[in-house]
Ligand binder design. Structure first.
Ligand SMILES: NC(=O)c1ccc[n+]([C@@H]2O[C@H](COP(=O)([O-])OP(=O)(O)OC[C@H]3O[C@@H](n4cnc5c(N)ncnc54)[C@H](O)[C@@H]3O)[C@@H](O)[C@H]2O)c1
Length: 403
């Protein structure tokens, strides 16, 4: 049962009543979708547990990943409420949320909005964030407000309303350049030098020997090394969640997603992921432009699998009070950015990719995670094969363009 609020009250406990939906625009029916019917099992769940008859609040539930989480939660019998500000810089004219899902249009930085959205909630799945690399450093206050202040407000309101279970979206960006094997063993190299990038020498080298390094899979216990503002805020979100579990006895799982792709990805905005940028180029009849030499190693994980990982983590929080745990979420199969461009060109029948040799400062060369922990502890494993996922994604609808 999704019963975080019953019998597991946080101390010190302050319960206040808030008028439901006061001052908040709510659309959609307040009727719940069949609470006990687990008609569709989301892909990649891997969990044998059946959780039912609870209410989950999905912050950012109108977004790319949030919508997939909403669908997966409905399929597992959860009543679903969404808190989303529908940011103008990420949303165009879009499909409404599924029938029976309550939408609270509000901001995670507003205590009143979050309090209202939390009434009657058992578990929070916190996806809302300002995402991507942004345009320039002037974006920093906006990242910090949405992601760091926003998470602190969500946690404060959860404490006040005795909601003790959190799953939050984190990212592989917390690891920085990833992990490599050099002459002296495993190392995390410093940022690549501009002179090397200018010369087309893209592979990180061992700072002591100057020789090439062998990329390894990153485990959750690796040193964290956020290298841009977005990454700093994702790590701060994790740190806040961890501090909250210590202070309140709550349970928090941080899911460090790899590169997520799939239907509903945002189109060509400064915040879109590389898969969506390539897709958008192909739709315009242009070739995907691949930075560096296309050899950057990544793990592309399908959005339905990521949603399944969230459901498995929601189950985990029911049994792990006073715990914070981070889990990598990847497909477990390494590909390159060049592979991605190649498959999307092939499956759309579009122009062949162009490898530009250009680079972006702050980009990491290789980052691939081990998803062994989430498989061992949560029973989750990705189920969408890269070729199948790319074939589907090549023609799947993207999120409406921002006006
Ligand atoms: N897409 C990826 O590859 C990826 C990878 C790693 C981590 N993540 C994380 O996954 C989560 C979801 O990302 P996404 O790709 O679906 O992004 P998205 O932009 O599609 O969705 C984010 C949603 O949050 C909402 N939002 C933003 N700021 C808000 C605020 N202050 N208050 C309320 N709502 C707000 C937006 O309106 C949007 O609907 C984020 O936390 C992101 O950091 C995404």
């Amino acid at each position: 049962m999704g019963c975080g609020r019953r019998g597991r009250l946080l101390a010190p406990h302050r319960r206040r009543q808030f008028p439901l939906w006061e001052g908040i625009r709510v659309s959609g029916s307040i009727e719940y979708t069949g609470t006990d019917s687990a008609e569709t099992e989301p892909a990649g769940t891997g969990s044998t547990r059946t959780e039912s008859a609870g209410t989950v609040l999905v912050t950012g539930g109108a977004g790319f990943i949030g919508r997939a989480v909403v669908d997966a939660a409905l399929g597992r019998g959860w009543a679903v409420r969404v808190l989303d500000s529908l940011r103008r810089d990420v949303h165009g004219d879009e499909q409404p949320l599924p029938e029976g899902v309550e939408l609270v249009r509000g901001d995670v930085t507003s205590l009143d909005d979050v309090r209202s959205a939390l009434v009657g909630v058992d578990v929070v799945c916190h996806q809302a964030a300002k995402v991507g690399l942004g345009v320039d450093f002037a974006d920093a206050p906006d990242y910090v407000a949405s992601n760091v202040l926003g998470t602190s407000v969500v946690l404060a309101a959860m404490t006040e309303l005795s909601v003790a279970r959190l799953v939050m979206a984190s990212s592989m960006v917390v690891y920085g350049e990833g992990r490599y094997r050099g002459a002296g063993g495993a190392i995390q190299p410093p940022p690549r030098r501009v002179e090397d990038l200018e010369a087309g020498a893209f592979e990180p080298v061992d700072p002591t020997t100057g020789l090439s390094l062998e990329p390894l899979l990153v485990h959750e216990d690796a040193d964290l090394d956020p290298r841009n503002v977005y990454a700093v805020t994702k790590l701060a979100q994790e740190n806040l969640a961890s501090a909250w579990t210590i202070a309140t006895g709550g349970s928090a799982a941080a899911l460090r997603y790899h590169n997520v792709y799939g239907p509903g990805m945002p189109q060509n905005t400064p915040y879109a992921g590389v898969a969506s940028l390539f897709r958008s180029a192909l739709e315009r009849g242009e070739a995907p432009r691949v930075y560096e030499d296309g050899g950057q190693r990544r793990d592309f994980v399908h959005v339905r699998d990521v949603a399944g990982a969230n459901l498995a983590a929601i189950d985990w929080t029911a049994d792990h009070p006073r715990s914070f745990r981070a889990f990598n979420v990847g497909s477990g199969v390494v590909h390159t950015v060049g592979d991605l461009a190649d498959r999307l060109s092939r499956y759309t029948g579009g122009a062949a990719p162009v490898t530009t040799g250009q680079y972006r400062l702050g980009d990491v060369r290789h980052i691939t995670a081990s998803s062994a922990r989430i498989h061992a502890e949560l029973g989750w494993r990705a189920s969408v094969d890269f070729e199948d996922g790319m074939r589907e994604f090549a023609t799947a609808p993207l999120r409406a363009a921002v006006r």
